[in-house]
Design a protein around this ligand. Structure first.
Ligand SMILES: [Zn+2]
Length: 398
């Protein structure tokens, strides 16, 4: 699970994991290998775990979290929750879209039969309960994560770019693998974590094939996850006047200020609807996408998808849908005097034109409609700048 990506108190990608334990039915599929042991998941739960197993499960989970969590990092605030019943999905929806108060989660936990353990500032409890509340019925994708051998953790990863490009071409149901324009291998994380690579896609079987095509250092273990990545679950349609900090929004408006570039190479412009105005930004890491944004002009109508930064209140664009392109008319020549047939002279900036032979005034210059270099429809940031939750156009347009 990825939860609200705009939360200032998150740990890195604001991720959480949940899984169900119990007795499964006969239908099982292989979802991974750990210590050379095959891991299977059952399609259906036929029986809950025994209450005698309950404390065993609790101990395993608690020990695992305490062994691997990097408690010394001030942003690491783990939480674990074990529940007998799935909480209402609205808990997940809130945590992926809004700001959830820890107090509210504690109240909810008290009302549910279960066990929880919060570490340090305990905000991890929010992610844990929200991950359990997720239902994959509406939309989901898969990610196959391959892990490194423990002795390699923190060292430079060896994942062959060419094999990633080859996999990208063959396995067409995967997405966000490689950024060909910026030469960025998106499978490989940038942090010194135990993950070797993660392949995202629509079809779980294809991810197993995709993984077999990757040439890399030896894989210690791998697991296939169901995820909410690439679903746009974080976004909500808003009028400009309703937008709150830390939300992610889909907002439609007229461009009322032309794009301009600020220090650091970030491009800013302003849109307006009947409820207000808001700045939109394509930050430097969005690379070539900024070139598209710079082509917008006053009068264009666009729908912007992105996370809301608090100060100053700005929509950080993940993708945009251009609904209407304004006509840009540019002057090509001074007007021709209808009497004398000669070009008229300008009387000065915004002063109009005058024929120097007969003194005629009031003619308009000769203009031409300028060809726009951008088209109506969607544009998205390059793969290297993609957010985990953002639905790639590849998924929208399929
Ligand atoms: Zn004239």
């Amino acid at each position: 699970m990825r939860l609200n990506p705009n939360i200032p108190w998150k740990t890195r990608g604001n991720g959480a994991i949940s899984f169900q334990v119990g007795m499964g039915n006969k239908n099982k599929i292989k979802i991974g290998e750990i210590n050379k042991k095959e891991i299977f998941a059952h399609q259906k739960l036929i029986q809950d775990y025994d209450s005698s197993d309950y404390s065993k499960i609790k101990t395993i989970v608690k020990n695992t979290v305490e062994k691997y969590a990097r408690m010394e990092d001030e942003n690491t605030n783990p939480g674990l929750v074990i529940l007998k019943k799935q909480p209402d999905e609205k808990q997940y929806k809130k945590a992926v879209k809004e700001v959830v108060q820890l107090g509210d989660v504690r109240t909810l936990l008290e009302s549910l039969e279960g066990y929880c353990e919060g570490y340090k500032n305990c905000r991890g409890l929010i992610g844990a309960i929200s991950a359990i509340a997720w239902s994959s019925l509406v939309d989901k994708t898969y990610e196959l994560i391959a892990y490194r051998k423990e002795e390699e953790w923190g060292t430079k990863r060896d994942v062959d770019d060419e094999s990633v490009k080859k996999m990208d071409k063959i396995c067409t149901t995967t997405f966000d693998n490689y950024d060909y324009v910026n030469n960025h291998n998106r499978l490989v994380p940038s942090s010194p974590c135990p993950v070797l690579y993660g392949i995202r896609g629509e079809v779980k079987e294809d991810l197993i094939q995709a993984s077999s095509l990757i040439k890399s250092e030896s894989v210690d273990s791998w697991i296939l996850f169901e995820t909410n990545q690439g679903t746009d679950d974080h976004l909500q349609k808003k009028d400009i006047g309703e937008i709150q900090p830390y939300q992610s929004v889909i907002v439609k408006g007229n461009v009322v200020q032309n794009p301009y570039t600020i220090e650091g190479g970030h491009v800013i412009f302003t849109i307006k609807d009947s409820t207000g105005t808001i700045d939109c930004a394509a930050y430097e890491p969005t690379k070539q996408f900024r070139g598209v944004v710079r082509e917008l002009v006053i009068g264009d109508i666009i729908e912007v998808y992105g996370g809301v930064r608090k100060k100053p209140l700005t929509v950080n664009i993940e993708k945009m849908n251009i609904k209407y392109l304004a006509k840009i008319v540019e002057k090509i020549e001074n007007p021709i005097c209808p009497k004398c047939g000669k070009h008229m002279n300008s009387k000065g900036k915004n002063q109009g034109y005058k024929c120097k032979i007969c003194g005629m005034i009031g003619e308009k210059p000769i203009t031409k409609e300028k060809q726009r270099t951008i088209h109506k429809g969607f544009y998205e940031v390059p793969v290297c700048a993609r957010r985990h939750l953002s639905k790639p156009l590849k998924r929208i347009q399929k």
